[in-house]
Design a protein around this ligand. Structure first.
Ligand code: NAD
Length: 256
């Protein structure tokens, strides 16, 4: 159980992040939510599970806003014990046509924000003698797909960052691991399915089946709740010697 612990989940107003926040709330943690869109309903959903919950609208592209979010969390809870770096965006284009501002945004949100939350959370984790950092990477932290240069570069970077932090914290009860999901049906992937349907002149169902068939041998999506259960395990005591693990849950994607 995580009673008395405080968890920050970046990008937790939607999709995988919201499922992780709910799973950690069920374990008894206080929750610091973050992300854009309908944050009131995310806060209501997590609070309904009994968690003391706050929300920060910090933009993960901006280090000063990340700093303010960490300070607000520390003021309310005395520090953050669990950091789940989940916020992420996608943009697809051939590398020579990749918009420079999209490259910068993807590197900032999907990689650099994890550096900022980690460097800001670690001092109080070390002081309190316990910590869990879970980075939501991707199969694209391990293998590539065409037209995803920024995303693949950021996620490979996040995998390397995870291993480094795991080594730097190995002497303390603080762990750092990454999870690598395959296709999960969230707004991030729905946009890619719509783009594929439009590009190929096919329906949504056909585009969905095509995308699963191409990459995910199970032919099924990974569920956000399944990923959330893995994160809850990594945050528990039984996982205290799981350090620097890069753990895929991908329906067989990277086994090929
Ligand atoms: P999503 O679009 O449903 O959720 C993304 C979340 O990030 C939202 O809460 C959004 O508000 C937030 N966000 C976006 N930009 C932000 C910013 N600048 N500052 C703060 N918050 C911001 O996407 P998802 O599919 O749930 O993705 C969550 C994570 O999982 C991402 O890191 C993504 O790369 C990763 N992932 C997703 C899949 C998949 O198939 N969906 C697969 C592998 C990895």
């Amino acid at each position: 159980r995580l009673s008395g612990k405080t968890a920050l989940v970046t990008g937790s107003t939607s999709g995988i992040g919201l499922a992780i926040a709910c799973a950690l709330a069920r374990e008894g943690a206080n929750l610091v939510l973050n992300g854009f869109g309908d944050h009131a309903s995310a806060v209501a959903q997590v609070s309904a599970l009994g968690a003391d919950t706050m929300h920060s609208a910090a933009d993960m592209r901006r280090p000063e806003e990340i700093g303010a979010m960490m300070a607000a969390a520390a003021q309310r809870y005395g520090g953050v014990d669990i950091v789940v770096n989940n916020a992420g965006i996608q943009h697809t284009a051939p590398v020579e046509a990749f918009p420079v501002d999209k490259w910068d945004d993807i590197l900032a949100i999907n990689l650099t924000s994890a550096f900022h939350t980690t460097r800001l959370a670690l001092p109080s984790m070390r002081e309190r003698g316990w910590g869990r950092i879970v980075n939501v990477a991707s199969v694209h932290g391990l293998v590539a797909s065409a037209h995803k240069s920024a995303y693949v570069a950021a996620k490979h970077g996040l995998v390397g960052f995870t291993k480094t932090v795991a080594l730097e914290t190995a002497g303390q009860p603080i762990t750092c691991n990454a999870i690598c999901p395959g296709w999960v049906l969230t707004p991030l992937v729905e946009k890619q399915i719509e783009a594929r349907a439009a590009a190929d002149g096919i329906g949504i169902d056909e585009a969905t089946q095509m995308m699963l068939r191409e990459k995910q041998p199970s032919g099924q999506f990974v569920a956000a709740d399944e990923l959330a259960a893995l994160v809850a395990f990594l945050c528990g005591d039984a996982a205290r010697q799981v350090r620097g693990a890069i753990w895929n849950m991908d329906g067989g994607w990277v086994a090929q």
